[in-house]
Design a protein around this ligand. Structure first.
Ligand SMILES: [Zn+2]
Length: 87
């Protein structure tokens, strides 16, 4: 069962539970939880909450291989108005 992360939609009115992240095990078929079980404030599901995930995906998107695959060119400034095409 996947672990979902929730966070208060409005942190100003959130209780201690939903001001921090709430982690809930749910089936794929289960509907997302709409409110905090403690205070009833609206909460939102966060898809990718961990910084490590975000970092690695950024690296993949901007990698030379990925740029090439999507038809982008990457130029590196060599100074003096010269650019080398590296991808
Ligand atoms: Zn709450």
């Amino acid at each position: 069962m996947p672990l979902y992360t929730y966070r208060a939609r409005v942190p100003e009115t959130a209780c201690e539970t939903c001001r921090e992240l709430i982690e809930v095990f749910q089936k794929f078929s289960e509907a997302p939880i709409a409110m905090c079980p403690q205070c009833g404030n609206p909460i939102v599901r966060i898809m990718h909450s961990t910084p490590t995930l975000r970092d690695s995906s950024n690296k993949t998107i901007l990698s030379d291989d990925n740029l090439k695959k999507h038809g982008f060119k990457k130029l590196v400034n060599r100074g003096g108005g010269k650019f080398d095409e590296v991808v």
